[in-house]
Design a protein around this ligand. Structure first.
Ligand code: NIG
Ligand code: FE
Length: 436
């Protein structure tokens, strides 16, 4: 009888005993052809040197995978195992607080009225400009720690509260410096065109010129940003101004994103899709033409991901959740994010967005779980690296204190994280997740 050497896969981390491993593969589909999470019952995952080397059932594990000397074997003991979450739209570094403005809105003022009265983004710009680098770095670090405890292993971070050449570059440098010493991957985005700063009142086009001719080239030259974003809204920038900004970014190799159709319909979604944006975000007031644009593929690139931010809609309390069902049924790929920022969404709880995805946007559990993992990774053009448990990807792995994936959107407002592994190393250990 011929014998052949057993092709052992060597691993330095094995997580076994999962009630369900949610793989979240990009093209995972159910029997009816709908995008699905992909679930392995009684599953296990193995990694080596920070990369996933094996995913499968526990019964196959013992025959196929061997733990290397000094490696770690962990029993998930009937818990859910899934990829680290991807937070694909956040405003991470800013100073100050807008709790009083929230109360003005509770008393009846709209978000835009507060902005017109000199509050809103301008007030955060004022506090942020005054904050020393070290304070901004400390805020960013603490917020990354908090995201990590919520199971987020990749965070997109926008500038946008500096609004001058030096201040915007400074915010991006804060991200670069903090990312160097933090386990969470930080993906920087220049948002120079957030609003027109006070010094440029009535001179919006001059400010756009500054963004296009100075900020974008400098951010690109110093390799401080991967994406280039703008806020297309009344009181911020017109579709044409945003087009100039995104085109200037493309010339410098920065990938376009856009805040579009958040408070009113502007048509930014159509413009950004035409330019091949990687994502278009907010979309509460997107029109049918915008939804159609999100399914079309521009210049050989794939269609943009729709990043929906139900936390901002919820917190503004002005109604008008994004037409998620219509989008998904039209074939649009949808991601969810917190939009973490001091004005419209001061939360870092991405799990809560999954619940809002179900209860407010009428997305299914499968859709919202994908929306905070693989679709969010696609919204950062990082879906080859993170967002799913597949061989070759980063070993960014969560173990939740739940026994079924369906509990993820159902048990709401809490943090289900029991363990977080980033690049195959344990970075969070919470033994009583129910306690907050
Ligand atoms: O994504 N829409 C524009 N920017 C943020 C709000 C920023 C703020 O209010 O400070 C958003 O909702
Ligand atoms: Fe935003």
């Amino acid at each position: 009888m011929e014998t052949s050497a057993t092709p052992w896969i060597e691993a330095d981390l094995i997580i076994k005993g999962a009630s369900e491993v949610l793989t979240c593969k990009a093209d995972g589909r159910d029997n009816e052809g709908r995008l699905s999470v992909g679930r392995i019952n009684d599953g296990a995952v193995a990694s080596r040197e920070g990369r996933i080397v094996w995913v499968g059932t526990e019964s196959a594990l013992m025959e196929e995978v061997r733990l290397m000397r000094g490696g770690e074997m962990l029993d998930a003991d009937g818990r859910v195992v899934m990829p680290g979450l991807v937070e694909c739209h956040s405003h991470l570094a800013w100073a100050g607080d807008r709790a009083d403005e929230f109360q003005m809105r509770v008393a009846g003022a709209t978000y835009q009225q507060v902005q017109e009265a000199g509050g809103g983004i301008a007030s955060t710009v004022e506090s942020t400009r005054k904050a020393p680098d070290e304070v901004l770095r400390a805020h960013a670090r603490r917020r990354l720690d908090r995201f990590m405890r919520y199971g987020v292993t990749t965070v997109e971070a926008k500038s946008g509260y500096g609004l001058s050449l030096d201040q915007e570059i400074r915010l991006l440098e804060v991200y670069r410096d903090v990312a160097l010493a933090h386990p969470v991957d930080v993906v920087p985005t220049l948002l120079g065109a957030h609003v027109v700063p006070v010094e440029y009142t009535e001179r919006a086009d001059d400010y756009v010129k500054l963004v296009c001719k100075k900020m974008i080239p400098q951010a690109a030259k110093k390799k401080l940003a991967r994406f280039n974003d703008a806020f297309c809204e009344r009181g911020a920038f017109t579709v044409e101004q945003c087009r100039r900004v995104l085109e200037a970014g493309l010339e410098e190799g920065l990938l376009p994103k856009l805040h579009a159709d958040q408070l009113s319909y502007m048509g930014g979604t159509e413009m950004a899709s035409e330019l091949g944006a990687v994502s278009v975000d907010h979309l509460d007031h997107a029109a049918d033409a915008g939804i159609a644009a999100l399914t079309s593929v521009a210049g050989g690139k794939r269609a943009p991901i729709a990043v929906l931010l139900p936390g901002a809609t919820f917190f503004l309390g002005e109604g008008g959740y994004a037409p998620a069902r219509k989008m998904i049924d039209a074939g649009v790929r949808v991601a969810l994010s917190t939009d973490f920022n001091p004005g419209s969404s001061p939360t870092q709880n991405l799990w809560l967005m999954a619940t809002m995805g179900c209860s407010q946007l009428r997305m299914t559990a499968e859709e919202v779980i994908r929306a905070i993992t693989i679709e969010a990774a696609a919204a950062l053009a990082l879906d080859d690296e993170v967002g799913s448990l597949e061989v070759g990807k980063k070993a960014d792995i969560l173990i939740l204190d739940y026994s079924r994936g369906a509990q993820i959107p159902y048990r709401y407002g809490m943090n289900p994280v029991w363990r977080v592994y980033k690049d195959g190393k344990r970075v969070v250990k919470r033994d009583n997740p129910g306690e907050g």
